[in-house]
Design a protein around this ligand. Structure first.
Ligand code: ATP
Ligand code: MG
Length: 370
């Protein structure tokens, strides 16, 4: 990737506001050119962590390095980062062109250079035809694009985004998301993006950092996080609808993996090695797409409600032991609220969680080397 000197290193960083500890000993290495997403529930500390990288917030402990240089004592302007916020805060009385150039002129960039950078950014974001308009003459999505353009013209080493898409309607949000992914591919610049939206995280990130109450819960590629969540917290946070959790009554060892009997009486061959599993306190984790309605299914229950999604149906049901689950069915489902139903569970995709919430997965796929 371009720009070999734009990695970010967060070293044992903590943050407290008065007596309130918000971030606890965070360490994280971000390679040059990565698109890293900080994902987590509201209040978990995503924005605070991003603002400490930007220099808008001081660190209470630890160090922040950008491009091989310690920056936590530097001003935001000295760090080589550009930040885009949820509220784009353009100057209403200035044209798009002037909004784009303002920051550059302020730091004494020569006029010709400013003009070159503005036209390059406008071309990249396909907003050359908007340059002479005022913000009030733009749609919300166009305004957000100007805000991104304003970050681009500064040619930062690192882009920082704090929920930049949240103010856009659903369609525009998806389009702008795609544009951002393309922009990242074109520029190859390191990007750090904060969101609480797991779809944004899954689609944009090269790696996701999932935060929970000021701590890093898991760092991994989107598919890693989805398929091999380290904890039950990660498992329930990522995926929509959320993963099903079924209390386990008994496990038996087998060469193929643990055979689980749920509290509702269903027996399931999993691919999770039984060797290091605890005997008690286990919970079975099954994503809705791995729990499909089938007349021959071994997991039976009573339908509570059905959600029509167009391409498929989500069937919410209560199993014999009272556990509520959601499974999938084809759009020509015969399922009816109140009726008995049976699900087929795909044990090869099942995972297990112990009493502490630690996840256990199928052995990793064998790696073949040439
Ligand atoms: N200036 C401040 N003074 C005191 N507490 C603060 C301050 N800024 C943030 N906090 C607290 O720090 C915690 C983390 O806030 P932060 O804004 O980083 O969360 P977030 O993950 O970005 O949440 P959201 O998704 O809602 O934006 C919250 O509990 C918040 O109340
Ligand atoms: Mg925030």
């Amino acid at each position: 990737m371009a720009n070999t000197d734009a990695g970010v290193s967060i070293r044992s960083v903590s943050k407290s506001f008065g007596a309130v500890d918000v971030l606890d000993n965070i360490s994280l290495g971000i390679d040059s050119g990565e698109f890293v997403v900080f994902l987590g529930a509201s209040g978990c500390g995503k924005s605070t962590l991003l603002r400490m990288i930007a220099g808008l917030e001081t660190v209470s402990g630890g160090e922040v390095w950008i491009g091989g240089r310690r920056v936590d004592q530097l001003t935001p302007g000295q760090r080589g980062v550009s930040m885009v916020f949820q509220s784009y805060a353009l100057y209403p009385h200035m044209t798009v062109r002037d909004n784009l150039g303002f920051g550059l002129i302020n730091v004494g960039t020569p006029k010709a250079e400013v003009a070159t950078r503005i036209s390059a950014a406008a071309k990249m974001l396909e907003m050359e035809h908007l340059l002479d308009r005022k913000p009030a003459q733009l749609s919300g999505g166009q305004r957000q694009r100007v805000a991104i353009g304003r970050a681009i013209v500064r040619e930062p080493k690192v882009f920082l985004f704090d929920e930049p898409l949240s103010n856009l309607d659903a369609g525009l949000r998806t389009r702008t998301r795609l544009e951002l992914a393309q922009l990242h591919r074109r520029l190859g610049t390191t990007m750090i993006f904060v969101t609480h939206d797991q779809v944004e995280a899954m689609t944009l990130a090269t790696r996701i950092v999932l935060l929970n109450k000021g701590r890093v819960e898991q760092v991994g590629t989107p598919m890693d996080i989805y398929a091999r969540p380290r904890t039950r917290y990660v498992a329930q946070f990522v995926g929509s609808p959320s993963m099903n959790f079924l209390p386990v009554a008994n496990i038996e060892a087998s060469p193929m993996g643990a055979i689980v009997t749920t509290a509702s009486g269903a027996r399931l061959q999993t691919a999770v090695p039984s060797g290091n599993l605890p005997d008690t306190g286990l919970t079975l984790g099954l994503r809705p797409e791995n729990l499909t309605v089938s007349p021959h299914g071994t997991m039976s229950g009573k339908v509570i409600t059905i959600e029509q999604m167009g391409d498929r149906l989500l069937v919410h049901a209560r199993l014999g032991d009272g556990t509520q689950v959601v499974g999938a069915d084809t759009s020509i489902s015969a399922a009816r609220a109140g009726a008995e139903i049976a699900f087929d569970a795909d044990g090869s995709k099942a995972m297990l969680f112990d009493g502490e919430g630690q996840g256990y997965h199928a052995a990793a796929e064998p790696q073949y080397t040439a």
